[in-house]
Write a protein that binds this ligand. Structure first.
Ligand code: ADP
Ligand code: MG
Length: 239
């Protein structure tokens, strides 16, 4: 949230209403948040407070009722569906709680197919996949299928897959919900590392407030209202 750079991800006065019987439920209530390149923001708050809705709007998967979403200087809410799909494909990496890997594919293949669909050559995709699997600590597991991997390793494949398209923005929803404590910490540390190394703007929804000091700022959601992000001012060495 420096003043020098313009933010990579920006939600400005975003409101999202869902129909609910005769009325509406306000999932996001005039939410504003800016995230810079290389910045990692924790998003916390009770269940039903709107955290996943914020990620869905930031990912351009859901159009807000009002307000603006800007990614890498591109205002998303005015774009056609086709332009939006391209923006999402090229700029946004999404990591959900459950890795959703395809059972019949190896770790490397999980990464390669998406990139190949993006129009990259198989060879270029395979080389990028090998590079990313090494970064997430799975160089030796490239040929393993999901059932041969631990929960933590599957989440690492998921992270590597989200990075294949070199996104500017990384949106992560409860990445450690299915993991034990030790694996959770290593996953959050990995997300911190890739945020730094690839200079992505990362928002991570988490209920593990213990890992918040590994991130730069924490924003709290309550009933659709986002309290301004507060710097965690992590002590030197905490990363
Ligand atoms: P959180 O991720 O913090 O648990 P959500 O963003 O999932 O919160 O939900 C925020 C509010 O929006 C809740 O009241 C939820 O019931 C409602 N909501 C979320 N998704 C939908 C949907 N697709 N249709 C209708 N209401 C929804
Ligand atoms: Mg949620």
């Amino acid at each position: 949230m420096s003043e020098l750079n313009s933010p990579v991800l920006s939600l400005a006065d975003v409101t999202l209403e869902y129909p609910d019987g005769d009325g509406t439920v306000t999932a996001l209530d005039h939410v504003t948040i800016n995230v810079d390149a290389g910045e990692m923001v924790s998003l916390v708050g009770p269940s039903g407070s709107g955290k996943s809705s914020l990620l869905a709007v930031a990912a351009t998967l859901v159009k807000p009722t009002s307000g603006l979403v800007t990614i890498d200087g591109m205002e998303a809410t005015g774009l056609s569906d086709k332009a939006l799909t391209t923006l999402r494909r090229d700029k946004v990496g999404i990591i959900f709680q459950q890795p959703n890997l395809l059972a019949s594919l190896t770790a490397a293949e999980q990464l390669i197919i998406g990139d190949h669909l993006r129009g990259k050559s198989l060879r270029a995709a395979a080389s990028r996949a090998a590079e990313l699997l090494e970064i997430v600590g799975l160089a030796d597991s490239a040929r393993k299928r999901p059932h041969q991997l631990s929960g933590g390793q599957r989440q690492r494949v998921n992270i590597a897959r989200a990075l294949m398209g070199s996104p500017s923005v990384l949106l992560v929803d409860e990445p450690t919900a299915a993991l034990d404590h030790e694996r959770s910490e290593s996953i959050v540390r990995l997300l911190r590392q890739v945020t730094d190394d690839f200079q992505v703007a990362t928002v991570m929804v988490t209920h593990d407030t213990e890992f918040v000091p590994l991130t730069d700022a924490v924003a709290t959601m309550r009933d659709g209202v986002l309290a301004a992000a507060v710097s965690t001012m992590s002590p030197v060495g905490a990363r």
